[in-house]
Design a protein around this ligand. Structure first.
Ligand SMILES: CC(C)(COP(=O)(O)OP(=O)(O)OC[C@H]1O[C@@H](n2cnc3c(N)ncnc32)[C@H](O)[C@@H]1OP(=O)(O)O)[C@@H](O)C(=O)NCCC(=O)NCCS
Length: 191
């Protein structure tokens, strides 16, 4: 397994993982899979703030994870919403955990203090993944989204990445953090 930053050129491979989730499940509340150019835009634009990372197995992208704004008002800026998706044929082999753990480490290194995962319920694999990485359930919105003919609840899980303190330093945007040697260290394979 090789972990690296995503580029806009990974849009098609990422869509191959994400499009069936949009089409066939309520895991994502998007209704129509984005076009490749839109996915490329999301990857490129998203990395101004926080990384998109991919896991390759035998040279093919089999999982991706990223973080986005949790809520736009500026007092929320130490908190990001995180997400991870593993290709259907590659689940249950530790890929999601390895990749998501590295994403969280990158966010901590940037100075973000909290990660939040929103999970359409039920999703035992995602709940287990989050809890095993130290996320704690903070509440559920019942019947908050309607998709594929049914209402769905979304639970939120939160994890402190570092102590919050009374005078938190500003998080570093990924656009400048990506030049840091910390990036290669965090994404390096375990020795
Ligand atoms: C959720 C998902 C990312 C997990 O990634 P994965 O590579 O399959 O999971 P891993 O093999 O790394 O396992 C992580 C943990 O979840 C547990 N797990 C994996 N699949 C499970 C399942 N079907 N039911 C219950 N637990 C499961 C593992 O035992 C492991 O627990 P541990 O850390 O205590 O040992 C993956 O299943 C997926 O992409 N699902 C569809 C998309 C999705 O739901 N994304 C999350 C959106 S909130």
């Amino acid at each position: 397994m090789n972990l690296r930053l995503a580029t806009a050129d990974d849009a098609a491979a990422i869509l191959a993982i994400y499009a069936p989730i949009v089409r066939d499940t309520a895991i994502s509340f998007e209704l129509v899979p984005p076009e490749p150019h839109e996915m490329a835009r999301r990857i490129a634009a998203g990395q101004d703030l926080a990384p998109w990372v991919v896991a390759e197995v035998e040279g093919a992208v089999r999982a991706y994870a990223y973080a986005t704004v949790f809520r736009a008002r500026p007092a929320y800026r130490w908190t990001l919403e995180t997400a991870v998706y593993v290709a259907a044929g590659a689940r249950g082999r530790g890929l999601g955990r390895s990749l998501y753990a590295r994403l969280l480490e990158l966010l901590r290194a940037q100075g973000f203090l909290q990660a939040v995962g929103g999970i359409t319920l039920p999703n035992p694999a995602s709940v287990r993944l989050h809890e095993s990485l130290g996320f704690r359930s903070v509440g559920t919105f019942p019947d908050v989204g309607f998709k594929l003919g049914a209402w769905h609840a979304v639970g939120f899980w939160a994890k402190d990445l570092a102590a919050h303190g009374s005078a938190p330093a500003e998080p570093q945007a990924f656009a400048s953090f990506r030049a840091s040697p910390e990036l290669a260290r965090i994404l390096a394979p375990p020795s």
